[in-house]
Design a protein around this ligand. Structure first.
Ligand SMILES: [Zn+2]
Length: 63
């Protein structure tokens, strides 16, 4: 996969090396599975993963 996942918030970043949410370059290519969150307040998985902003997130960071 070309996208990188933010180690802080799990957001998948397809361009650049900086997470638009955290403004940090703490990204990894080692992740597995993803979830697209539209309504963080209504999504059980978003609450479990502590996602507060809609977007595409990695389910598991493997490193
Ligand atoms: Zn982030």
């Amino acid at each position: 996969m070309a996208e990188k996942a933010c180690k802080n918030c799990r957001l998948l970043v397809s361009e650049g090396d900086i997470c638009p949410l955290c403004k940090e370059s703490n990204l990894t290519k080692s992740w597995k599975g993803y979830v697209i969150v539209m309504n963080p307040e209504k999504s059980e998985i978003a609450q479990k993963l502590e996602i507060k902003v809609p977007g595409k997130y990695a389910i598991r960071i493997t490193k």
